[in-house]
Design a protein around this ligand. Structure first.
Ligand code: IPE
Ligand code: IPE
Ligand code: MG
Length: 248
């Protein structure tokens, strides 16, 4: 199996999973947390270095207040209950997204998860919480513009590398593959810059049903993809390459 260095997942379909079982959406989100624990353990076992999980988008604030309370409650519960285990598993936790406007107790919890695990050398787990790529890009532009405004650098010094370093994901390699569950085929404002050359895999199963087998199926599909990054693949026969080059 080809193991990606960085796997990112849009964990979608908790509500529909619950609806199909005549359960409340809350049940669906709770079962989603079980699937989070599973993918973390499986990623460690499979030797994935970076795992990014989209947990709450900057647009998810438009959901009913009771559902938002549930989701924030589950995040707190997850960190409170699982942080010690994650630390024991040598996982380094980072939370990407905006902290602006979050309650102090949540910010404290996110900071605690990051600082406790900061020196761990195992799986890098990024939780995208209150994350929106357009907001991330806007923050980056504002940050760089301010530096130019203050005379700390010139506009010409802005490079792709500097842009990458100015995003929430500074220092984290771009995702090799982005998996979205529940059958929806869109990014929903996830990692727009970082996804430039990611492989996209859309699976029909709802997030709570995404188990080891589903993960292996997705990785098998990833292994069948031919990543070219705008160039040619090395295993393409010489003949074909020269045919392409000569336009024939
Ligand atoms: C994913 O499940 C969890 C979050 C977006 C927070 P949904 O809550 O979006 O479930 P569906 O898409 O309504 O089924
Ligand atoms: C994307 O799912 C966000 C997360 C999985 C956290 P949504 O359910 O919010 O996306 P849309 O609204 O279907 O695009
Ligand atoms: Mg959804």
């Amino acid at each position: 199996m080809v193991i990606p260095r960085h796997l990112a997942v849009i964990m979608d379909g908790n509500g529909r999973w619950a609806k199909a079982r005549k359960l409340t959406r809350t049940h669906g989100h709770r079962q989603g947390v079980v699937a989070v624990r599973e993918i973390v353990s499986n990623s460690i076992e499979l030797g994935i270095s970076y795992l990014t999980l989209f947990a709450f988008s900057s647009e998810n604030w438009s959901r009913p207040p009771s559902e938002i309370r549930d989701l924030l409650g589950l995040l707190k519960l997850f960190i409170n209950k699982d942080l010690a285990t994650l630390h024991k598993q040598n996982v380094r936790v980072r939370v990407i997204g905006s902290r602006a406007g979050l309650d102090d107790d949540i910010i404290a919890l996110l900071d605690k998860a990051e600082s406790l695990t900061a020196n761990n050398s195992g799986l890098n787990l990024m939780i995208a919480f209150n994350y929106g790529a357009r907001q991330e890009i806007t923050d980056m532009v504002r940050h760089l513009a301010r530096q130019v405004e203050m005379g700390q650098m010139t506009a010409d010094q802005i490079s792709e590398a500097l842009v990458s370093q100015s995003l929430y994901t500074a220092g984290i390699p771009d995702p090799d593959v982005i998996v979205r569950t529940s059958g929806e085929q869109r990014l929903s404002n996830f990692l727009l810059w970082q996804a430039a050359y990611s492989e996209f895999i859309f699976v029909d199963c709802f997030w709570p049903d995404f188990d080891r087998r589903q993960l292996e199926l997705a990785l098998a599909e990833y292994g069948r993809r031919n990543r070219r990054f705008g160039g040619l693949t090395t295993d393409e026969p010489e003949m074909e390459q020269s045919a392409v080059a000569s336009g024939g």
